[in-house]
Design a protein around this ligand. Structure first.
Ligand code: SF4
Ligand code: MG
Length: 323
């Protein structure tokens, strides 16, 4: 079946200006040639350390940041080629949930107004009464009391504020939600409640998620497939179980070796990476992971590995798997 979303060669470069004339002297390749698909109803996890480009990927897909190159095919249409006005109308179908709901909620608006606002902007209902009914329904659905709709964001806890952010995202009946570290700012005890809610909503509304996280334990329970990013590139993409049971890329292996596992019999050796994450403004030659890779070979220093299919829905960018 055709995927809901297909990302082809997505790039987002940020110019670096320097000197008296502020000339562009270099680029940070925050997202560099990313390709993947997302099927209807699935949850694709995107993981990596901070600065790997995962948030930028989410924003470039939604065009909250203008992509430097590539295509974002959503239901057969290239979002990257739409005019700003056409894209604005598409926003109904593609919503985002942020890590810090407090920063993304207007403190001077009541919760009811916050949830209602997108419906007004997109003229979703004829009357204020219909919108208010929808607000009450959404508050109920995300586990908030509708009678609290006159309150302000600061009167709610962190977990409740994330529920408000989710209700606002749902107000337009979106098809795809990009969730950027949606539970990272919350207490561990609250995290699973919000994740359970997101899972229930996915079933109820047929939602598709792109779930961005630095935390491999969180994505493990939440995602169907997982893409691992390093320095702006996807280095591995696989169905969840395959990735956790048999990680192929040395970077994925090192990340997973730090995650506690349920069956200690299959004991994993902890792989400690040496060296810092290189600057994305000045990435290493060849495989950008070669400066930290325990399996580095000569070819890795000069040749960029292809993101190649390994069968069974698995992809990896690493010379260890050259045919
Ligand atoms: Fe390591 Fe080479 Fe594979 Fe890069 S291509 S991950 S340096 S083995
Ligand atoms: Mg981020």
């Amino acid at each position: 079946s055709t995927p809901l979303l297909e990302v082809r060669g997505l790039k987002k470069y940020f110019p670096i200006r320097s000197g008296f004339m502020k000339k562009v002297t270099n680029h940070v390749k925050a997202v560099d040639d990313l390709s993947f698909t997302v099927a209807t109803g699935e949850t694709l996890g995107i993981v990596g350390e901070s600065g790997c480009g995962k948030s930028t990927t989410g924003r470039a897909i939604l065009r909250l940041l203008e992509p430097t190159g590539g295509e974002v095919i959503f239901q057969g249409e290239n979002l990257a080629a739409l005019s700003p006005n056409e894209m604005r109308m598409k926003r109904k179908d593609l919503q985002i949930i942020f890590q810090d709901p407090f920063a993304s909620l207007n403190p001077r608006m009541t919760v009811g107004e916050i949830i209602e606002e997108p419906m007004i902007i997109f003229e979703l209902y004829e009357t204020s009464k219909e919108r208010k009914e929808k607000v009450a329904e959404l508050m109920q659905v995300v586990g908030l009391k509708p009678e609290n709709s006159e309150r302000f964001p600061h009167e709610f806890s962190g977990g409740q504020r994330q529920r408000i952010g989710i209700a606002r995202a749902l107000a337009l009946n979106p098809k795809l939600i990009v969730a950027d570290e949606p539970v990272s700012a919350l207490d561990v005890s609250i995290q699973s409640q919000v994740l359970n809610l997101m899972r229930d909503l996915q079933k109820q509304y047929g939602l598709t998620y792109i779930f961005i996280s630095h935390n491999l334990s969180v994505v493990k329970h939440f995602c169907d497939r997982i893409g691992v990013m390093y320095l702006g590139r996807m280095v591995e993409l696989a169905p969840k179980n395959a990735l956790y049971e048999e990680p192929l890329h040395p970077y994925t292996r090192s990340l997973l070796s730090a995650v506690p596992i349920a069956k200690p019999k299959t004991k994993r050796e902890r792989i400690i990476l040496t060296g810092d994450v290189p600057s994305p403004a000045n990435p290493p030659s060849g495989c950008t992971f070669h400066t930290r890779c325990p399996d580095c070979m000569e070819i890795c220093k000069t040749d960029k590995p292809e993101f190649q299919s390994m069968g069974d829905g698995r992809y990896v960018a690493c010379h260890l798997y050259n045919q």
